[in-house]
Design a protein around this ligand. Structure first.
Ligand code: ADP
Length: 491
């Protein structure tokens, strides 16, 4: 099965609901929830709320009138005022020698039950209030047989500081709520239809806004999958999708670069392997075919080229082992300063013969925990590069600087330097700043990627500071001990 068929199969397997239906479902659920809440409050509990608020109003009138307890004129005035404000019938009595004398009689509602009660009815309300701790409420049906009206009655009995008793009676008509509830119920059906339709329209609009750019992007992704690195992800509409498009464009450009690098890598490896092989073949044929050419110089060329080939193959193996994690660092405590010196010994001949000026500044001996062979290779590769790329003065300085519990080794040359835009890539396999792949004088073109692999395996920071025309400073840092016996870190 090829990749395209696999993709199609995968696509067929996707059975999840689309964004518009999900949105619609969520919105419809929300609408239903809101309607249920409104239904409960507006219709089911309407009567309870209505009666509750009426009782609250009675109670506040009671408080207001009796806030003037003892001052009969003020109490009567308050009773008339509240009667008008709250559309309530109010009668205020003063108990004098076993009988009740009216202080105020406000009749706000002509049909009020309170005003139609006989004195025995009023006396019953009074005794109910006394038995109830001073306040009594009751719903009463109209005594008129032709009327279905209901009134809410509130009775309050209070005594002032001098023992004078007052009775406050209030009556408010309970407006029948059934017609209101019926109207609301009818409206509810309509409201529900309109809101559900609205939810559907909103869900469709939002999902269009979200889906159109996503669909555009999946089209682009499909063409990218087919290997078209010129694909551009463009999406407008909202921030997240624009960010995604930007990230995908970045990923595409990186993939394209990687693809180029891969191709370049194969070309370079083939070139580097072919050159020594061609030389070996050529020289061997010359030695075989031309009498007298079997001299030590020609044989030396074959040996040199074989060595170079071995070196190249070893580097490639090293790199692939480090990259794949097969070659793990075997940590030991070692003298870093001494290790640098060991590498420098290898270059003594070069210094004498070609006039290179290699200096090493180290204030003290520092110890680090590292894999000795790997560390040697890092230092060797960095110095090698510095020698390859240094300027006319052939100067290379190695500086060891120590602070806190850290040591930094810097390998500084006076060469051409590296352009800032090339710096991120020089650590890649076979990346060449000048792009023309020429055989390295000493290195194999894999040097910095090996350095990177080793230092990353040691979790050691590394980097380069470079200025065009002035030179480069390749550095790495490690945690250090001050002496070989001191196994504890100085913090
Ligand atoms: P090479 O064998 O080509 O030196 P490396 O991996 O060691 O391979 O380096 C990669 C690239 O980084 C080099 O081709 C070169 O362009 C650049 N480079 C490395 N070291 C230096 C340096 N000291 N000065 C300038 N350029 C450097």
């Amino acid at each position: 099965m090829n990749e395209q068929e696999m993709y199609k199969n995968q696509k067929r397997k996707i059975r999840s609901t689309g964004i518009s239906w999900r949105l619609f479902g969520t919105l419809a659920l929300f609408v239903l929830l809101v309607l249920i809440v409104i239904w409960i409050f507006q219709i089911v509990l309407l009567n309870d709320f209505y009666e509750e608020s009426m009782l609250e109003e009675f109670s506040s009138t009671d408080d207001e009138i009796f806030s003037n307890l003892g001052n009969e004129g003020a109490m009567a005035d308050a009773a008339y005022k509240r009667s008008v404000e709250t559309d309530t019938c109010i009668i205020l009595f003063k108990v004098v020698e076993g009988s009740a004398e009216k202080l105020a009689n406000a009749d706000a509602n002509m049909g009020c039950i309170l005003h139609h009660l006989q004195s025995d009815g009023l006396a019953r309300l009074y005794s109910e209030a006394c038995a109830n701790g001073g306040v009594f409420t009751q719903k009463i049906e109209s005594p008129n047989e032709n009327s279905t009206a209901m009134d809410s009655i509130y009775v309050s009995v209070r005594t002032d500081s001098e023992g004078q008793e007052y009775i406050l009676m209030m009556d408010s008509e309970l407006v029948p709520l059934r017609p209101t509830v019926k109207t609301l119920e009818r409206q509810f059906g309509w409201i529900m239809c309109i809101l559900i339709m609205g939810a559907l329209i909103i869900a469709l609009a939002i999902s269009r806004l979200i889906c159109v750019p996503i669909e555009k992007m999946s089209r682009s992704a499909r063409s990218l999958a087919k290997g078209d690195y010129s694909t551009q992800f463009s999406a407008v509409g909202y921030r997240e999708i624009e960010e995604l498009a930007e990230a995908l464009n970045y990923a595409t450009s990186e993939l394209a670069k990687n693809d180029d690098l891969q191709r370049e890598l194969i070309a370079n490896i083939s070139h580097d392997l072919r050159t020594p092989l061609t030389m070996i073949k050529g020289y061997s044929e010359v030695i075989r075919d031309i009498p007298g050419e079997n001299n030590p110089e020609n044989v030396q060329v074959i040996i040199d080229e074989t060595e170079r080939l071995t070196e190249l193959v070893n580097d490639m193996l090293d790199l692939s082992k480090i990259r794949s994690g097969t070659r793990k660092p075997e940590m030991e405590t070692l003298n870093l300063t001494e290790t640098v010196r060991t590498v420098l010994v290898r270059y003594e001949k070069l210094t004498e013969r070609d006039g290179y000026d290699i200096s090493f500044e180290a204030g003290e001996e520092v110890y680090v925990t590292a894999d000795r062979t790997m560390l040697l290779q890092v230092i060797y590769n960095l110095i090698n590069n510095a020698l390859n790329y240094t300027g006319e003065d052939k100067k290379v300085s190695i500086v060891q600087s120590v602070w806190d519990n850290k040591v930094r080794i810097s390998v500084i040359d006076t060469g051409e330097g590296i352009a800032p835009e090339d710096i991120p890539y020089i650590w890649d396999r076979y990346y060449k700043v000048d792009k023309v792949h020429k055989r390295a004088k000493i290195g194999t073109g894999l040097g910095l990627s090996i350095v990177k692999g080793i230092l990353e395996a040691h979790s050691a920071p590394y980097g380069v500071e470079s200025e065009i025309g002035k030179g480069s400073n390749f550095w790495f840092e490690m945690e250090t001990f001050r002496s070989a016996d001191d196994n504890t870190l100085e913090l």
